[in-house]
Design a binder for this molecule. Structure first.
Ligand code: COI
Length: 351
């Protein structure tokens, strides 16, 4: 039996202050948040309360050693105003995998689902209908010892905040294939959703932005020969009619969108190969015309098409396609998420 969650509701919602047709992803938060502390060896005092600043001391370990993990998931509204989560079990498993890698205590499953469903239910008016619209849910954990010894914290804060979501990318992307910087190294934390994995991308991504690219395609840290991820997304390539994506090793995030698209592709009779693809193979495929599509996949960005890439000064541009896999897979995925298509794999979870 889960611990009882204490609930304090706001007096007046700020929902009417937001123009839902004009805001950017991740910049506006809903009325409430969930908070739970790990103290004396256990998760305690779970609360849902008005969204507000938290108070931590400047010595808090997360501020010094980055002991922090997070998840990204979404809730969708169907035409009958029912609200659905998509594969929350996958996020729950992954946050605990990330926790283990970052020496953070795992979070109990009953409390995770109870907190998530109660919070999303309270915020259901913030889940809107329409293209690209959903509620982005951000569970996260921070190390919260007031001490600067470089050891795992004894105290933590687990929180869930929610942000109304809109389209993340509104155009096709032009990307730079990394030949110097890396996102993750073998034996490291690349497979975890560790906060520092994202901070480490900012500088190389800014350099790429300055050269006119939207994102960086990460390659392996040893030789920069193999294609790994696209910005904050997993990456897919269509060569002839085969869909190719990298296997989930310790440098690659086990993306929920990634694994769902693989299954949907197979359900649609598309050949899928989970294999390491070399940058040279990609360039050859672009040169001989067999490279048809590249796209990124992630919770925030869903499916984002890439129509140009550059590697070591050589730029490749992809032609427009009539029967794009990216569009087909995206519309199937969104159809399942929003309860417009049959859910053959029991991925939807009613709030
Ligand atoms: C997600 O897709 O949920 C991510 O983690 C990307 C995020 C950094 C915006």
């Amino acid at each position: 039996m889960s611990q009882k969650i204490e609930i304090t509701r706001i007096e007046k919602s700020k929902i009417n202050d937001l123009d839902f047709n004009n805001f950017s992803f991740g910049s506006v938060f809903t009325d409430h948040m969930f908070e739970c502390d790990f103290i004396d060896g256990k998760w305690a005092n779970p609360k849902i309360k008005p969204y507000q600043p938290i108070s931590i001391e400047p010595s808090a370990s997360v501020l010094h050693y980055g002991q922090a993990i997070f998840e990204g998931m979404k809730a969708y509204k169907d035409k009958n105003d029912e609200v659905w989560l998509f594969r929350p079990d996958q996020n729950f498993e992954r946050i605990n995998k990330s926790a283990v890698r970052m020496a953070i205590p795992e979070f109990p499953d009953d409390l995770f689902y109870d907190a998530l469903t109660k919070l999303v239910n309270i915020e259901r008016d913030w889940v809107k209908h329409g293209d690209g619209r959903s509620l982005y849910i951000r569970p996260f954990v921070i190390g919260n010892d007031y001490a600067i010894q470089a050891v795992p914290s004894k105290n933590y804060k687990f929180m869930i905040i929610c942000a109304p979501a809109t389209l993340y990318y509104t155009k096709k992307l032009k990307v730079l294939v990394a030949d110097k910087f890396s996102r993750a190294a073998s034996g490291g934390v690349g497979y975890a959703k560790a906060a520092g994995n994202y901070a480490g991308q900012f500088y190389p991504t800014r350099l790429a932005n300055d050269e006119g690219f939207d994102q960086v395609i990460w390659t392996d840290a040893n030789e920069h020969n193999y294609l790994e991820e696209a910005g904050t997304m997993n990456i897919f390539f269509r060569i002839n009619d085969t869909l190719i994506t990298a296997p989930t090793t310790d440098t690659i995030l086990d993306g929920v969108t990634r694994k769902s698209l693989i299954q949907i592709a197979k359900d649609n009779g598309i050949d899928v190969e989970i294999k390491k693809l070399k940058v040279d193979e990609l360039k050859n495929a672009a040169k001989n015309g067999s490279l048809k599509e590249i796209f990124g996949a992630g919770t925030a960005a869903v499916v984002s098409q890439i129509n140009a890439f550059q590697h070591k000064g050589e730029l490749f541009e992809l032609n427009e396609l009539d029967n794009s896999y990216a569009e087909k897979l995206k519309s199937n995925l969104v159809g399942i998420q929003t309860n417009q298509l049959a859910d053959h794999h029991s991925w939807r979870y009613k709030v």
